[in-house]
Write a protein that binds this ligand. Structure first.
Ligand SMILES: CC(C)(COP(=O)(O)OP(=O)(O)OC[C@H]1O[C@@H](n2cnc3c(N)ncnc32)[C@H](O)[C@@H]1OP(=O)(O)O)[C@@H](O)C(=O)NCCC(=O)NCCS
Length: 174
């Protein structure tokens, strides 16, 4: 499979659904990227390695992974990690999860990020997500569930707030 991004094309990048055979390395990547095996979102604790998701592979190597959780008519993008940034892998994973959410008859795809994650905020907004809620100081509560959450994050910005973004799947807002 080849994924074209703008005028550039990434040969050998393929996206496939996670299977049970992927759970071992996925747990390692989650621990490495997220500081522990769990992630906390809006006070809910997830074990991403047990969730459905997609893996991006390039030359038979894992290049990125995303996990999601469907509840009713909403799909939460729980984790997304690109191991080779700026090559379209994050975008391809978002598209794959949006496709799975549509297949599951979801009306919206949503996610939670933190105030420091300005790179992710840029990507999400350019890929069709809208800001939908701000929870100031929510990370203090998240730290009671996951003490590994560092005090500062991207660019040395203090990690304090949760920001919810969402993409409507039943209307084309582009
Ligand atoms: C946020 C994250 C998933 C983005 O992944 P990514 O693979 O870098 O995303 P993309 O490559 O699709 O997009 C990033 C930028 O690279 C550009 N890009 C895409 N393909 C490209 C290519 N072939 N060559 C050069 N640039 C490219 C995109 O245009 C985009 O820029 P833009 O926003 O100005 O359009 C990644 O930074 C990451 O894993 N961060 C750490 C974990 C994290 O924070 N996850 C989110 C938690 S909420």
């Amino acid at each position: 499979m080849s994924v074209a991004v703008g005028e550039k094309s990434l040969s050998e990048l393929s996206i496939r659904a996670l299977t049970d055979a992927d759970r071992g390395w996925l747990r390692d990547i989650i621990r490495q990227q997220w500081g522990s095996e769990i992630v906390v979102s809006r006070g809910h604790t997830y074990d991403p390695a047990s969730l459905p998701g997609f893996v991006a592979e390039q030359d038979a190597q894992v290049a990125g992974v995303a996990t999601y959780h469907v509840e009713g008519e909403a799909c939460e993008l729980v984790t997304i990690d690109s191991l080779i940034e700026g090559r379209g892998i994050g975008t391809a994973l978002i598209e794959a999860v949006a496709g799975a959410a549509r297949t599951a008859s979801c009306l919206r795809l949503w996610l939670v990020t933190t105030n420091d994650n300005v790179d992710a905020l840029r990507l999400y907004q350019k890929r069709g997500f809208r800001l939908s809620a701000l929870y100031p100081d929510a990370i203090a509560q998240s730290r009671t569930l996951k003490p590994e959450i560092p005090l500062s994050g991207a660019y040395g910005i203090p990690i304090r707030d949760e920001i919810v973004l969402e993409m409507r799947l039943d209307v084309d807002e582009k």
